[in-house]
Design a protein around this ligand. Structure first.
Ligand code: DQA
Length: 144
């Protein structure tokens, strides 16, 4: 599969940002881990991170023309209020798994709702960086 791994705002600050919640790995560390796991399984990964909603939407739309088979997406804070990102995921016929490092349901009440998840095939939350590799497995299962 051709996989697109998308990360939203402030995830470029992993390793610095609230390590007691998000861990000490940097985004680069996590991307290497995903790449290793996915490549061993015969998949091809493209990585993209942005702090900007519009850039994330452009990249989601590009997945439609780029023959992407699955998207693994941590929309970060946009999860909780971006209807534009929901619509972008809906607009393309590419199965998307939403991932969160932290257990969003066990945190502040504003994090409990995801407006993006209803556009996705599923959501993985609370397993740290392992959530991304679990999402690779979920996309494999979705193909069967
Ligand atoms: C997050 C959870 C979001 O609520 C938060 O805004 C983030 C990170 C996570 O991975 O746990 O930026 O998506």
């Amino acid at each position: 599969m051709n996989l697109l791994i998308l990360n939203g705002p402030n995830l470029n600050f992993l390793g610095i940002r609230e390590p007691e919640i998000y861990g000490t790995q940097t985004l680069e560390d996590i991307e290497k881990q995903i790449n290793h796991y996915a490549t061993e399984r015969g998949h091809n990964c493209t990585f993209f991170q942005s702090n900007s909603e519009g850039d994330l939407i452009d990249r989601i739309q590009q997945a439609h023309t780029d023959n992407i088979d699955g998207i693994i997406f941590n929309p970060a804070a946009y999860t909780h209020y971006s209807y534009a990102i929901h619509d972008a995921v809906k607009a393309i016929a590419v199965p998307t798994v939403e991932v969160h490092l932290s257990a969003i349901n066990a945190r502040e009440s504003f994090r409990k709702e995801s407006v993006v998840a209803p556009a996705c095939i599923g959501q993985i939350s609370g397993f740290g960086a392992a959530g991304y590799t679990l999402a690779v497995h979920a996309l494999e299962e979705n193909l069967v």
